[in-house]
Design a protein around this ligand. Sequence first.
Ligand code: HEM
Length: 511
Amino acid sequence: MDIFTEWPLITTTILVVVFSIRLYISLNIRSKKSIPKLPPGPPKLPIIGNLHQILGKPRHETLWQLSKEYGPIMQVHIGSKHFLIVSSSALAKQILKTQDHIFCSRELLQATKLLTYNFMDIAFSPHNGHWREMRKLLVSEFMGPKRAKLSNHVLVTEMESIISSLSSNPSKKEVNLSNMFLEIVKQMVCKVAFGSNYRRQPAKGPSWDVMLYETMKLLNGSVGDSFPFLGFFIDQFSGWNHRLNDGFKNFDAYIDTIIDDHLKNNTEEISEEDKDFVHTLLDISSKEIDSGYRLNRADLKALVMDILTGGINITVVTLIWAMSEINKNPRVMQKLQREIRNCTGKIEKVGELDTTKMTYLKMVVKETLRLHTPAPLLIPHVSLSHTQIEGYDVFPSTTVLINAWGIARDLSTWGENAAEFYPERFENVEGDFGRDRFEMLPFGGGRRSCPAMNTAPANIEFVIASLVYWFDWQLPNGMKIEDLNMEDEGTLIVSKKVPLYLVPTKHKWED
Ligand code: HEM
């Protein structure tokens, strides 16, 4: 071959090859850039996604199992909805602290829209100015020092009456502690929020407890929420819409009664001392808040709804678990009683009980919240803009489920005895969970964390301390410790499946 005659052909061939290689590389880079990097996840079926893997089982447990296979960040599809599942404390910290400004919104579901008066509440409101104002109001007016003093007073009075009624209980009669805790918390919350009368049953419609229980179930959302196009029909034919409307109507009528009763009084004639939370809200609604915001009736009702659903249920659930665990673990009961009785000495009045220095008691409550994380997947957080977590792309409006239940039982963090009730594990553990550390998240974290994070544990500690100070407790009918049923149920909030019954015996002090 004459290289000189073939030269133009060779040059052209080389140029074509080089150009093709460059084109290939640049196209490849561009397409790599535009293909998002998504986290792994279990294979999904058409239409239903991964619904078949989750339906009918405790969601948090199934997701925890799946995370063992697919890693601490994975994606799951329920119907046509896509969820990001986070299952490690390090990644929870990313979401709730490092990138809290991105993951601070909420899902807009049909049920919550109705039950929160169009997302006018705090817990289910998207991240906006309204949420900020409402949260500020709750923290300053419901959880501020004035109301804390009143709730402490109500709690003391309530515990006095419980202790006196338990003391006059014919010996060896079992007591339903689940009901008792509901009464205590209802009284405390209702007295502080709405005045004294609202513990009584509504004049019409279902009982208080049934109404609350039903609303909590409705807040879980419906199957239709996962199928945006067919959702309405699924919810209509399954009877869900009917149930939702009924549930809302009953609760709404109850809240209307509370507000109308308050409106009958002229709040100017009531002293500041005697004003409850609704009185204060009505006062505030008659003028503009500093920021120029004005509270209307729907806002007020949505706040009341949050207090009833958020404030009562979770506290009751935690009290039931705490008392169940203490009674299932006689070693813990003895150590706790020793601390409370030694710290307190012999007293006559409940008000003399001071729990502030009872370190073991605090560890017992923390351990209860770890082992029985009441909101196992928190309230779902939603992203506001595109970001990356662990190098994976996360798009705006992604719903993130943080598996607080799994994180709090992670063997790699809590050791081989992670599933055991062992309060001593908190000895020498400094810092607040959800703020400084993320190995357990009973109150969530970041700007959407529970506003009662600091106040709620103190109330739980006080109730438990009063009960174990004045009484020794036994399981009913010679029941063995291993027979105490610790099964749980629920989706948004997980509670003990069967009520807790125990037998109290008044403690006799040796003179
Ligand atoms: C042991 C008691 C309690 C526990 C364990 C608890 C737990 C939680 C959790 C896990 C969240 C979601 C946090 C997140 O999404 O990151 C939350 C939110 C909330 N909790 Fe609590 N809670 C308790 C008591 C209360 C009480 C007494 C109130 C009083 C009314 C309350 C009001 C709220 C509100 C308004 C939110 C929504 C916050 C927001 O979205 O900005 N909680 N709580």
